[in-house]
Design a protein around this ligand. Structure first.
Ligand SMILES: NC(=O)c1ccc[n+]([C@@H]2O[C@H](COP(=O)([O-])OP(=O)(O)OC[C@H]3O[C@@H](n4cnc5c(N)ncnc54)[C@H](OP(=O)(O)O)[C@@H]3O)[C@@H](O)[C@H]2O)c1
Length: 471
């Protein structure tokens, strides 16, 4: 109902505008979390259907957008770090959305994000001036830190991009948002999987910082409506939802929504980098994506000036409504990718069965073996650790967390090496671990080698594919 009303007022604004003049709109970052929704929303507007507005998107990888939007949306191959390509794409454009974000690639590439963002923004501002683009609309990050020097590199870079865009001759509108909640967005995934997969958490201090999460639908509504609202020209606006919450509050409220109570212990250390590695292992989010989210959570990010609500009144979704909408969309998407999920769950089953088989074969040491060494304290401790490791892996494999596949892989390799070493006497003529095993034990070891190799292969497969199938 609320969404229908928003869409009605959006259609009204766009219809009014289209009576005046048709617009050529360029969207950058159209393959991304925000940009893809922006294109879809613009495509559902009446002015697009009456062929008044023309929409073009730029991407470095055209295949990623092929067939994704309405066939009238023009897909242009352009890299913002290449001025000539950008110039060509921006020729004749009236309104350009800047939704480029350079935090991607390996951790080595990642370190250069600020430079890449600066170059892209400089090229964009210059090309906009040369092509006489009338408006630039940019979505940046929100924080209440007054001393820019104390900001993380990521947040400084987001602010710098806004400053660079303002040097163009276009009228620039900047929206600043903190946590954006929606299906496919990093913040929602991080929250969802941490709460769903862990019974208890040790959290760093940043989970106590106040933020003002906003639904991705509301963000896109602001972006679209600003095209036609003159009062948004040459201004910056903070945008946020109706609830001011810390990440800890968000985890607790999400836990309540799914009837799960999680135990959380706050510790003063655990840097954003370490936190992002942990998130990488538990959730489908890569460390390089988790890091900017965690960085932005270090600084308080609440809306101090809500002028935008008078200029573009939006009935904002509460935290719970935003999560509900994200989950509903997730379920719809999950149904679409059922085939991929089937193959993933088959891999998961193979790993689980091979882990159970490996532990069963390991237990035969206490049935088949007559060697006294296996009852020595150090062997018993190692064996207890081995069983604990397998149980730990099984727990996280059932939760679909990469940590499970990673632990299973390590245990699989260690076990494989151990059983091969136990059988090395068949090659060397003497044993390296204890007394040489008898024929039955030797056969058991060879079966164990085959099963642990299966654990290694299945865990490797899942570790590298889990992100794709888990989204
Ligand atoms: N996500 C959030 O929670 C959040 C919160 C607050 C603010 N924001 C802001 O919202 C904006 C969009 O964020 P997002 O989460 O939608 O980003 P995203 O999903 O990471 O997408 C980034 C986009 O940047 C494009 N890109 C990167 N380098 C490029 C280059 N050299 N040339 C052309 N395109 C390039 C990519 O396009 P191709 O790969 O197709 O070329 C991709 O579509 C950012 O400015 C971000 O600061 C996001």
């Amino acid at each position: 109902m609320q969404q229908q009303e928003q869409q009605k007022s959006l259609n009204h604004v766009i219809t009014n505008n289209s009576k005046e003049h048709a617009l050529k709109i360029l969207i950058t970052g159209a393959s991304g979390f925000i940009g893809s929704r922006l294109v879809s929303k613009l495509c559902s507007s009446p002015s697009f259907h009456s062929k008044k507005h023309e929409i073009a998107c730029i991407t470095r990888n055209v295949e990623s957008l092929t067939g994704r939007f309405n066939e009238r949306v023009k897909i242009i191959k352009a890299d913002a770090s290449n001025y000539r390509e950008l110039l060509k794409a921006m020729t004749g454009i009236d309104v350009a959305f800047y939704l480029i974000h350079s935090m991607e690639g390996s951790s080595k590439d990642w370190k250069k994000f600020a430079e890449r963002d600066r170059i892209a923004a400089e090229n964009f501002a210059k090309a906009a001036t040369e092509c006489r683009v009338k408006r630039i609309i940019y979505l940046g990050g929100l924080n209440n830190e007054t001393n820019n020097g104390r900001l993380s590199g990521h947040m400084r870079s987001r602010a710098q991009v806004g400053d660079i865009l303002k040097t163009s001759s276009a009228k620039v509108t900047i929206f600043r948002a903190a946590v954006i909640l929606g299906q496919g967005g990093g913040s929602f995934q991080m929250l969802q999987y941490l709460v769903e997969r862990l019974p208890a958490m040790i959290c760093p201090k940043w989970v106590l910082t106040k933020s003002q999460p906003i639904s991705v639908d509301d963000v896109v509504t602001y972006l679209v409506q600003s095209i036609d609202v003159k009062d948004t020209e040459d201004r910056s606006f903070d945008i946020g939802g109706p609830d001011v919450l810390s990440y800890l509050d968000m985890m607790k409220r999400y836990g309540k929504m799914i009837n799960k109570s999680i135990k959380i212990i706050i510790i003063p250390f655990l840097t954003p980098r370490l936190s992002s590695y942990w998130v990488d292992l538990i959730t489908p989010l890569k460390a390089s994506l988790a890091r900017p989210l965690i960085d932005s959570l270090k600084h308080e990010a609440t809306v101090k000036d809500d002028t935008i609500q008078q200029i573009i009144p939006v009935k904002l979704k509460s935290f719970e409504e935003s999560i509900k909408a994200a989950k509903e969309e997730q379920i719809r998407k999950a149904n679409l990718t059922k085939k991929e999920r089937t193959s993933h769950s088959l891999n998961n089953k193979i790993l689980m069965i091979s882990l159970f088989a490996m532990s069963a074969i390991g237990s035969t040491y206490y049935i088949l073996d007559s060697r006294p060494e296996i009852f020595h304290a150090n062997w018993l401790v190692l064996s207890a650790l081995w069983y604990f490791g397998i149980a730990f892996s099984i727990y996280f494999v059932t939760k679909n967390a990469r940590l499970g596949a990673m632990t299973a892989g390590i245990i699989g390799w260690v076990t494989l090496a151990f059983w091969l070493t136990d059988n090395i006497y068949t090659v060397l003529g003497h044993s390296l671990i204890a007394n040489s095993p008898n024929t039955v034990m030797t056969l058991r070891n060879f079966v164990g080698v085959a099963i642990s190799a299966l654990v290694v292969a299945a865990s490797h497969n899942i570790f590298h594919k889990i992100r794709i199938h888990d989204l």
